[in-house]
Design a protein around this ligand. Structure first.
Ligand SMILES: Cc1ncc(COP(=O)(O)O)c(C=O)c1O
Length: 448
């Protein structure tokens, strides 16, 4: 099928989404409430779908099309959508009301659960999003160290807060995101993961450097893991100079094992930000780490660092859903092993096929995270820079379109496996992505 055929087929089965998209464009800038939810389809003259429901591995749009869901609510729904046990605890609680704006026992219980399972978390504070959590973590580090600079990994996505929205989706540290000041004026310095650069920056700025923040696996940035040696050295060097090391585990927390990824790495940062899975699909963010740091945010501390506020912080339904989800994950060791292995197998299978057939695509990620990149030309074993500098956004839109037409919902190229995906589901995904890869290779955007 040609791209035009694919576009026609997509449109034919989605009249309600097309109609709603027109209405959405009038009232929501770009028609969306999160910038990536266009799926890039506007680039190829099309529109995104609107979702009605999701259960287990599936998600259904308002036209009744059913997809295998590889997006899982921005990676949050690792146990699948609308898990019956999580639904039950939410429903049971609804009779009591859902928003109190005060303390509940569930906040204590979820904090105890997370602290018990993670040696790096001695205390924690809940907020409503990962964006807030990372903003607060850098503030806490600046206040605690009395230093101003924050070093942020290029391509890292920590939410779009003013401190950390630099070098997102690009490697150009000179680029000033509209509405922000230059990174150096905002006291932010940028570095590439797995490179010497940060160690030189630490040496030259150690008197001023409050924190180094990174995701152990760049998630929104494209699925690029930091090497263990790099993380270990980062821990040693930051410790040497009293610089706070912050791991953003909003994606990686409880994604690869029932706990933070740092436990597996045996690299424990000073502060950790969390979100997504720990809220069981309800809005959440959290900052945790060393007791002495966290205690400086207590109202009882002398110079309180404000890392709180938030009408919905500690939202009861998020606490309850998160607790139940972690309880389920505690019994899911085999499932973790399975989806971690299946994710790795998928990436290998894809990359082998792309290489054998010189297809301008590459799969990156870690364990159950599988993110596909579409490139403007075939590159053998591309590194991060090759991938980012040669990303073809039109082709990425085609990829999403072709996935939809084959009843798969993918974002960032694809997404992640959940425990609700059966091995047959994974097999189907593999087969369809390889079929799509051939179409991508023939696409007319290929040479642009
Ligand atoms: C690693 C990471 N940090 C922070 C955030 C921001 O979290 P939220 O979307 O809950 O604000 C995200 C969101 O995708 C993320 O992936």
């Amino acid at each position: 099928m040609t791209l035009d055929d694919e576009l026609r087929q997509y449109k034919k089965f989605r009249p309600k989404s097309e109609e709603l998209w027109k209405r959405a464009l009038r009232v929501l800038p770009g028609g969306i409430s999160h910038t990536i939810r266009t799926f890039g389809l506007y680039r190829i003259g099309s529109f995104p779908i609107f979702i009605k429901s999701a259960t287990g591995p599936y998600i259904v749009d308002i036209d009744g099309n059913k997809y295998l869901d590889c997006w899982n609510g921005h990676f949050a729904n690792i146990i699948g959508n609308n898990h019956p046990e999580v639904q039950k605890v939410i429903r049971n609680h609804l009779a009591n009301g859902w928003h109190f704006g005060t303390n509940t026992e569930y906040q204590v219980e979820l904090a105890e659960k997370i602290i018990d399972g993670n040696p790096g978390i001695e205390m924690m504070r809940f907020c409503s999003s990962g964006t807030e959590a990372t903003m607060y973590a850098t503030r806490l580090a600046r206040a605690f160290t009395k230093r101003k600079l924050v070093a942020k990994a290029k391509l890292g996505w920590h939410g779009a807060n003013d401190t950390l929205y630099y070098c997102v989706g690009n490697l150009d540290e000179k680029f000033i995101p509209p509405g922000l000041t230059k990174a150096d004026e905002a006291n932010v310095i940028l570095y590439e993961i797995n490179s010497e650069e940060i160690f030189e920056l630490i040496k030259s700025h150690h008197n001023d450097l409050a924190a180094v923040i990174l995701e152990p696996v760049l998630g929104g940035g494209g699925g690029f893991p930091s090497k263990l040696e790099f993380l270990k050295r980062l821990r040693e060097e930051t410790e040497k100079y009293g610089i706070m090391l912050i791991f953003d585990e909003v994606i990686t927390g409880y994604r690869f094992n029932c706990g933070l990824y740092q436990n597996e790495l045996k690299v424990i940062p000073d502060l950790t930000t969390m979100g997504k899975i720990i809220g069981g699909g309800m809005p959440i963010g959290a900052i945790g780490g060393r007791r002495d740091l966290l205690e400086s945010s207590s109202p009882q501390s002398k110079n309180q660092v404000l890392i709180g506020g938030g009408t919905y912080s500690g939202f009861p339904l998020s606490m309850i859903a998160g607790l139940k989800t972690i309880e389920i994950l505690e019994k899911s060791k085999e499932q973790y092993i399975r989806i971690n292995q299946e994710g790795e197998k998928l990436r290998n299978q894809f990359n082998n096929y792309f290489n054998e057939n010189k297809i301008p695509m590459v799969a990156r990620g870690h364990k159950s995270l599988v993110l596909l990149h579409t490139l403007s030309k075939y590159i053998q074993q591309p590194n991060i820079n090759d991938i980012i500098l040669n990303t073809d956004k039109n082709l990425e839109a085609c990829l999403h379109l072709y996935l939809f037409n084959r009843n798969i919902l993918g974002l960032h190229g694809l997404g992640a496996l959940s425990m609700a995906h059966t091995s047959e589901n994974v097999e189907y995904i593999a087969q369809k992505v390889l079929e799509i890869a051939d179409l991508i290779a023939q696409s007319s955007f290929n040479q642009t």
